[in-house]
Every structure is written in C-alpha cells, then in structure tokens.
Design a protein around this ligand. Structure first.
Ligand code: HEM
Length: 404
C-alpha cells in the first residue's frame, strides 16, 4: 500500500535518506517562503472540502503547498501518477507575446494553486480522498526564452543531436512545459483539463501531452522501472543538489533545468536475459539495486574496483559506470522519472532529470549512446528542455523573475 508521509513536514525517513532529504528540502523551502501565508489560502472551507464524502472523515494525506521558494513538482516526494503537457505560444510581436506569456503564467498560477489547496470550485475535485495530493512544475522552453529575451539561466539551450536519437518533434520541445503529478489519475486528469483550459484562454496552444506512472512504494523505497530495475537510487543529497541542480546565487537560485526524454524500452528482450547479464548491463543487482562492488543499495558504485584478473567489477559498458559523476568532475543530475505504457510495443521511461546545466546531460548521453550495454534495448523518441521557474510565494505569480 502507498504510504507517503502524512505531510511534507513529516518525512518518514531520517534526514540522511534520499526521499527524506527531498521532503525536508521541500519543507525548508516552504517554511522559508511562509507556509503560514500559504496555509491562509487553505481556509476552513478548503479543509472542509478535503473531508471525504459521507463519513466526513479527514482526507488521509495533507495537501502539498503550491507556494514556496521552489516548485513542489521538483522538491516534493514523487507521486505515482504524472501528466506532462507542452504548449506553444503563436508568435506575433515580442511585446504582445511577453504580455501573453505573463497572462498564461498568471492563469496557471491561479489554477494550480487553487487545485493544490483544494479550493478550486469544481465538483470533480471535491468529496474524494487525496484530491489535493498534487504537485506541479512550470517551465519555459529555450526557443521562447530567446525569442522574447527572457531572463533565464545562460545554460538554457536546445540539446544537440545525440547518436541514435530517433526524435519525433511532435512529441517533444515546446514553449511552456507543465508537469502535474498526483496520488491518483482522477485528480491528474481533471487538473490537466483545468490547467489546459486556463492556459488556452490566456493564449497558449496545446502541443503534446504524455502520461506516466510509478509503482506505489513506501517512502524511502526506490521505485522500479519497467525493466524491473530500481531507478533513482543514486540521486544527489541536499547539499550536492544546491551545487549541481539548483541555480547559482541570483535570480535563478530557486530554478533548475529539466531535461525530458521519452525513451521506448524493449521490455521482453531485456527482462528475459539471464539475471547475471542484467546485473552486469546496469552495474547493480536487479534484485535489490546493490552496486556490484558493494553490499547496500545506497553506497556509491566503485567504478575503479577490479577483479584479481585486472577486469573491472563494474564492466566498462555498465550503465552506472558510464553515467557516473566521477567521469564528470562530480556533476550530478536529479532523476525523477516515471514509466509510460501507450501500447503493447510502446512502453518505456519518461526520463526527467533536473540540473543546473543541461550540458551535463549531453556529456552523459553521448557516453551512453555509444558504449552503454543498455543502449540496444532502448530508443530515445522525444526530447524537451525547460527552465523550471522558481516557485511563487503567496500572492505572487510564477515567472516574475523573467522580465528583469
Ligand atoms: C530507459 C533508459 C534508462 C534506464 C532504464 C536507466 C536505468 C538506470 C538504473 C537502473 C540506474 C541505477 C540506479 C540509480 O542510481 O538510479 C541508473 C543510474 C543512472 N542513470 Fe540511468 N537509465 C536510463 C537512462 C538514462 C539516461 C538517458 C541518463 C542520462 C543521460 C541516465 C543517467 C543516469 C545517472 C546519472 C545514473 C546514476 C549514476 C550514479 O551516480 O551511480 N540514465 N539508471
């Protein structure tokens, strides 16, 4: 059964653990931004709406605040259902398009904050359990940022082509990216519709959408992907994330850059390989995610450890060797992927990674595409990059830093 922490203030793992640390990060950011003020918007009537139907019993899980220094779609523990939506902004004049973007961000802020607080006046979001367990993130694509001369990090840029890319432009890119995640698909479908309506009425044009899911896991348990592998183990801790995931001091301190890849996986081909082969392809045991050089899941894979015959314990083509931060002067990305299942032969990973500089993705992906033993089992089919805006504090709208 899914047992998320009762609220972002109550991480269920000690601060030293991965998800616990992220919950604390969320808590810290929310407190710094004034949870008190955010809670004001969750009025008594909001709380009453979150009581479940006939019994009047309180909903089992508290709402995740929308407001804060950083967007909860990056900082809160991952929720099991996700819906990614991309929009374009039809070009007119720079001045008019800047105004349209402002209006879209205001409309999204209103809709998403009300949905997260449980105050959106839509019967479909009331009376059920968990309808407010929702997180979101809003980002701006590099093409729009450059066309409208927006104040975004200088690192924000389209990705260059990587070997083996089979990218469908209709399923990737875009001017505005929105990722919604929720405890259940009902909330997600309704909020996606409301957010789309809000963005469209302010001038956004829907471009593509993609839904995904995760297994329900207890807090602190790394979810598996459809290859059956624990995915997200070696994510950076808070201190490391401040250096490599979030922006430098200045206007982008609480923003980050998302790299999204829709990666189709040949699941029957991989999952029917002998277990030993699957272990060496990744460099970790499939049963429990423990590195081939260690005894516990969360210890660092030692890519330099050798067998008595001089060969590496983690093979030269293993995924965790080629993606190791040791090959990138310690640079790290925060991976928060979901799986997707769009057809029997169209299943895979919605790879979502957050980093200060997307050049890191390109360096890692160039190594993986040419040498990773996992590569014959996967195909990158779509791609997007977006500047994930700093959070909006209560009474403010997303993206106020863009215009300075
Ligand atoms: C379908 C495609 C992929 C699958 C199934 C996959 C799976 C995994 C697994 C099982 C791990 C080990 C556990 C963990 O630390 O999470 C891992 C680690 C990692 N992967 Fe992937 N991955 C995929 C694509 C990618 C891509 C495209 C990148 C970036 C270009 C990437 C970057 C990383 C990094 C940075 C690590 C952590 C390495 C470390 O610090 O030890 N992965 N991946």
């Amino acid at each position: 059964m899914h047992t998320e922490p009762k609220s972002p203030q109550e991480p269920a793992r000690p601060a030293a653990s991965g998800l616990g640390r992220r919950a604390l990060l969320a808590t810290g950011a929310a407190l710094a931004a004034g949870v008190g003020a955010a809670a004001d918007s969750r009025t008594d009537s909001g709380r009453a709406q979150r009581r479940s139907g006939a019994s009047g019993a309180p909903s089992p899980a508290a709402a995740i605040p929308f407001h804060g220094l950083r967007q909860a779609g990056v900082t809160a523990p991952q929720l099991p259902a996700t819906h990614i939506l991309s929009f374009d902004l039809a070009p007119t004049s720079v001045a008019a398009d800047r105004e349209t973007l402002r209006n879209i961000l205001a409309a999204l802020t209103r809709t998403l904050s009300a949905a997260a607080a449980g105050t959106f006046p839509d019967p479909r979001l009331q009376g059920g359990a968990d309808t407010t367990r929702l997180t979101s993130l809003v980002g701006i694509g590099p093409a729009l940022a450059s066309r409208l001369a927006l104040n975004v990090p200088p690192e924000l840029a389209e990705l260059p082509p990587h070997p083996g890319d089979r990218l469908d432009p209709a399923r990737g890119n875009g001017d505005i990216l929105l990722q919604l995640s929720a405890a259940d698909r009902w909330t997600l479908a309704v909020v996606a519709e409301l957010a789309t309506t809000a963005a469209q009425s302010a001038g956004a044009v829907p471009r593509w959408t993609q839904t995904g899911f995760l297994p329900h896991t207890s807090p602190g348990v790394t979810p598996r992907n459809l290859f059956g592998l624990k995915d997200g183990t070696a994510n950076p801790d808070d201190t490391t994330a401040e250096r490599w995931v979030w922006g430098p001091p200045g206007p982008h301190r609480h923003g980050t850059i998302l790299v999204y890849r829709r990666i189709r996986m040949d699941i029957p081909a991989f999952t029917t390989l002998p277990e030993e082969r699957r272990n060496t392809i990744i460099g970790r045991r499939v049963t429990d995610g423990v590195p081939l050089t260690g005894t516990t899941e969360h210890e660092d894979p030692d890519i330099y450890a050798k067998n008595p015959d001089g060969s590496y314990l983690i093979p030269a083509t293993a995924h965790v060797r080629l993606s190791s931060p040791r090959l990138d002067t310690g640079a790290r990305m925060l991976r928060r992927s979901h799986s997707y299942d769009d057809a029997p032969n169209d299943r895979g990973l919605l790879f979502c990674a957050f980093m200060r500089d997307p050049a890191l993705f390109t360096r890692v992906q160039n190594r993986l595409a040419t040498r990773d033993a996992l590569t014959p089992f996967i195909e990158h089919q779509a791609s997007a990059v977006a500047y994930v805006l700093p959070g909006a504090e209560p009474g403010r709208i997303l993206g106020e830093q863009l215009w300075t």
